[in-house]
Design a protein around this ligand. Structure first.
Ligand code: VG1
Ligand code: CO
Length: 546
């Protein structure tokens, strides 16, 4: 045997900080570039999966800085750890929903998603790794805890010394005993989309001269997917997809699809010459933002409307079993679920909490206020899926997005909703703020004209497998149904980010056309007062409002 092919066992010492957060391990690139840092974490994953030998894994990432190096290292480690077959997206690229799709379609044992999602990229940005299990979804908390524990004691990692695999061409090669199959990142995913949506109707809409749209891929992974599906397959005019080539630094953009970071797109959606439809996606393709001419669809409303309009969409008509939303997501979906006569589940933040509900057939649609929507077609949120879903609605109704929104609110009421993020806070100060909120006794207290009816720290028992999770966010609910939620981000990489979620319900159609921040002004003031935000953080205003 050629010596370079012998698996090598390399001694190492643990890093103390490899605890996966809301969505995998995320750190600045410079942290991942430290010798043995990536290797330790990957070995901790293998050590936490006792029956991984001889199995198939999927791997791909969003193309950000360090993606290419990380894929090669993980391939050589997979080989040394006895993995029989690796499916890799061409160029090392796969969107997060495409990883989920491939794991399911090829009945793989699991997979690695290389991405820090909506976090900035480039040499000075962030990198991340997430392990997904055989259902195609993120590892549940029990497994991420096992991986973290393994990372605390790892003392060696296994890697073969071998030349880089050529990932630039579709086809197979061997890495020692491991078959490495380089696959088209788009094909299986596009076929899945075609099985769910009315492609003929959407194509008709996209080709009609009075329908102008833009999809902003923000120089991240969805470019090739959106071009192949929207332009090549469905016939949208060339140039519909902008910023469509994945770049290691996202071309300096911040691929977080919201009105702050997708400002160019938002500008094109305003005024008399506005486009009819606009959408954007995040770094790894699992988030989406939906816009119409002079209309912005909050992610919470998007989930509710997707569920309410399922009868228009071939893959979902007549089969909505339930809806699930993350706790801070507005209760708009709950009203639709009630009208459909199906349950609505309220889970903690992070897609990993939806997996069991989807597997058990309890939820058909899932959503998060953070620009995430998806369904049981995969086990991740799915940005382009949401865009195609909206296009399917528009193709069938031929109504402007603004009308669809207004009609939805007239029927179900409107949940004015906003999230205020206070970023880069001192971690201790942020922890104290949450501790103070937890300890406060707010129930029964009145603020302005509102009285607190519920005050707790959200905890959750998974209705399928009984797994328990606590400390998921402070809820303050008032007698008029208005709600403030406070929680700390689990995806940031510097300091602490406090997220304050605000919502209030408005049933009167005549009062449903207000500006969101104005409609929530009183509640915003209360959110600052109750948490003692200015005194505890020194901040007068949030950094990002969505
Ligand atoms: C954020 C969002 C959460 C989402 C997570 C991963 O987490 O709030 O809803 O699931 O990002 O999304 P946090 O802990 O920072 O609030 V993605 O697209 O970055 O993988
Ligand atoms: Co993402």
């Amino acid at each position: 045997m050629h010596e370079s092919r012998v698996p090598t066992v390399i001694p190492t010492t643990p890093f103390p900080d490899q605890k996966p957060g809301t969505s995998g391990l995320r750190k600045p690139v410079s942290v991942f570039q430290q010798p043995r840092y990536l290797e330790n974490f990957i070995q901790a994953v293998f050590d936490s999966l006792p029956d991984h030998e001889g199995k198939t894994l999927v791997i791909g990432g969003d193309g950000r800085f360090f993606n290419a190096e990380a894929v090669q290292i993980i391939l050589r480690m997979a080989c040394a750890n006895g993995i029989a077959r690796m499916l890799v997206g061409k160029g090392g690229l796969l969107s997060t929903p495409a990883v989920s799709c491939l794991i399911r379609k090829h009945k793989a044992y699991g997979g690695f998603v290389l991405s820090a999602s909506h976090n900035p990229g480039g040499a000075h940005g962030d990198f991340g790794i997430k392990y997904n299990i055989g259902n195609g979804g993120p590892a549940p908390e029990s497994l991420t805890e096992t991986i973290f524990a393994a990372s605390r004691t790892v003392s060696r990692f296994r890697i073969v010394a071998a030349p880089h695999c050529d990932l630039g061409r579709i086809g197979s090669c061997r890495l020692n005993a491991t078959a490495v199959e380089v696959v088209d990142p788009v094909a299986d995913y596009a076929a899945l989309m075609e099985s769910l949506f009315d492609f003929d109707a959407i194509s008709g809409l996209l080709k009609s001269p009075d329908f102008r749209m833009r999809f902003d891929a923000m120089n991240a992974v969805t470019g090739p997917y959106a071009k192949a599906i929207l332009e090549d397959r469905l016939g949208a005019p060339a140039g519909t997809v902008v910023n469509g080539v994945p770049l290691p630094d996202f071309g300096g953009l911040h691929p977080d699809p919201n009105p702050v970071y997708a400002a160019d797109l938002c500008a094109a959606m305003k005024g008399p010459d506005a486009l009819a439809f606009g959408a954007a996606s995040d770094g790894d393709g699992d988030r989406n933002m939906i816009l119409g001419a002079n209309a912005y669809v909050t992610p919470s409303d998007s989930l509710a409307i997707i569920a309410a309009q399922a009868h228009l969409v071939p893959g979902y008509a007549g089969r909505v079993a339930g809806i699930a939303r993350s706790m801070p997501t507005s209760r708009a979906a709950d009203r639709v679920a009630a009208a459909l006569g199906v349950p609505c589940y309220e889970a903690p933040t992070g897609w990993k909490f939806f997996g069991s509900l989807l597997d058990a057939g309890k939820a058909t649609f899932c959503g998060e206020e953070s620009f995430g929507t998806g369904s049981d077609h995969v086990r991740e949120k799915d940005g382009l899926w949401a865009v195609l879903y909206w296009l399917n609605i528009l193709a069938k109704t031929r109504r402007p997005v603004a009308d669809i929104l207004a009609e939805h609110w007239a029927k179900y009421g409107r949940d004015y909703y906003s999230r205020h993020d206070y970023e880069g806070l001192d971690a201790d100060a942020a922890a104290k703020l949450i501790k103070g909120l937890r300890a406060a006794s707010l129930k029964g207290k009145s603020f302005g004209g509102r009285t607190v009816t519920l005050h707790d720290d959200f905890s959750y028992t998974d209705p399928v497998n009984g797994e328990e999770t606590s400390g998921q966010g402070i809820r303050v609910v008032f007698d008029d149904g208005a709600r403030i939620v406070y929680r700390l981000s689990g995806t940031g990489t510097s300091g602490a980010t406090l997220r304050v979620y605000l919502e209030r319900f408005e049933s009167a159609p005549t009062a449903q056309g207000q500006d969101t921040q104005a409609a929530l002004a009183e509640l915003i003031g209360l959110s600052r007062e109750i948490a003692g935000l200015a005194a505890r953080t020194g901040r007068e205003t949030p950094d990002v409002i969505t």
